[in-house]
Design a binder for this molecule. Structure first.
Ligand code: 1CP
Length: 355
């Protein structure tokens, strides 16, 4: 039988709700901090398959999670497209060669992931060999719009002035950039699948900063073209789309042909169920800050979340966004046990649910 996560993403009947955690390998784990200190640079972890593999597996050694997620970053792609990525302490990601003019956009290459991103593909093969088919592996990339914000802003941004200026002053250039990114991203995700990932996810972290009309123009079509390209070659590999603050955009996201949509903690789950009408699975959406609560309260919040998603398949438990670095690792164990213990009651036989 297929792993629980894959059956849930395909909206098949399941016996309990699967759980994985965004940023499950990361700074809240002391063993991650130790490896990170040894490697000195975050990017060294990403570029060294053995280290990326070790970090990917760390949370699975501690917790009974239902998926592993490749340890990498959405900004690895623009790095190898020639922008040169650094992570600066207290500043986050910074590109040495941000996109500043038409020429720099026109020069962007179509890359061959087997060459430029071979270290990611090697990491995937190593992780898969270690997971021994028990636990599925999630591969990922950023959405073209989200990655473009970093490429044009030069790093993280609060107000997105530069990319919004490009959007209004020269939309043709922005579309050109998004087209190249969509093509590279589709090839990159196909290569990740060839190397062994079982599911792919697109992180559209900044889709929510666009107006509804601009979201339909500058984010959705490029995610849709990636879904189409991936599905053409790998129709059975589930694709998850996660637009942070995308609760208003669910109909457009369903129409991309994705198998599942991630919901952030602000999303109205009842409304999301009504809009999506079981055409996709839903993933989420416990507030990452809920893990600051006492164990008994965490259990109660898990039950509340499960009840909001309601009975039947098509739900993958997750946080609404990445886990915070100052989360108590013992509280993650509480979360795992609560989802395991409380979710079976939401998956009684179809017959009972129908009545
Ligand atoms: O050790 C450290 O200090 C590095 C912190 C870190 C980590 C652990 C960064 C820097 N990236 C990652 C790994 C990462 N990034 C994963 C690994 C798998 C996992 O366990 O989930 C994933 C899926 C990502 C995806 C990612 N990177 C996103 C999308 C998801 C999200 O959080 O919204 C984004 C926006 C990034 C960019 C990025 N990389 C790192 C940071 C601090 C940031 C965010 C910068 C910003 O806020 O603008």
């Amino acid at each position: 039988m297929e792993p629980l996560l894959l059956r849930a993403l395909k909206r098949q009947p399941i016996e309990r709700t699967p759980l994985w955690i965004m940023r499950q390998a990361g700074r809240y784990l002391p063993e991650y901090r130790a490896l990170r200190q040894e490697a000195k640079q975050f990017l060294t972890l990403c570029r060294t398959p053995d280290l990326a593999c070790q970090v990917t597996l760390q949370p699975l050694e501690r917790y009974p999670l239902d998926a592993a997620i490749l340890f990498s970053d959405i900004l690895i792609l623009p790095d190898v497209m020639g922008l040169g990525l650094d992570f600066v302490t207290h500043e986050g990601p910074v590109f040495r060669h941000p996109l500043q003019d038409e020429r720099s956009i026109a020069r962007l290459p179509i890359i061959d992931p087997a060459i430029e991103l071979s270290y990611v593909l090697d990491a995937i093969r190593l992780i898969k060999a270690n997971l021994k088919d028990k636990t599925p592996l999630i591969g990922f990339a950023g959405s073209p719009w989200t990655v473009a914000t970093y490429m044009v802003e030069g790093g993280s941004s609060k107000h997105f002035n530069k990319i919004k200026k490009l959007l209004y002053a020269d939309p043709v250039q922005l579309h050109q950039l998004l087209r190249v990114l969509a093509q590279n991203t589709a090839h990159y995700l196909q290569a990740q699948i060839e190397a062994g990932v079982d599911v792919v996810m697109l992180f559209d972290t900044w889709g929510g900063v666009l107006s509804h009309a601009d979201f339909l123009t500058f984010s959705v079509p490029y995610m849709q073209s990636i879904v189409t390209e991936v599905k053409k070659k790998y129709p059975n590999v589930p694709v998850i789309l996660f637009t942070k603050n995308g609760g208003r955009q669910l109909e457009a996201l369903v129409e991309t042909g994705a198998d599942a949509l991630g919901l952030d903690s602000g999303a109205n789950v009842h409304l999301a169920r009504q809009i999506t009408r079981h055409r996709v699975a839903l993933q989420g959406n416990l507030d990452p800050a809920a893990l600051y609560a006492e164990p008994a309260q965490i259990v109660a919040l898990v039950e509340k979340t499960l009840a909001e998603f309601g009975p039947g398949g098509g739900h993958v438990f997750n946080l609404g966004h990445g886990i915070y670095p100052d989360t108590n690792p013992e509280h993650v164990q509480v979360l795992c046990e609560a989802v395991r213990n409380l979710s079976p009651q939401f998956h009684v036989s179809q017959e009972v649910v129908m009545r």
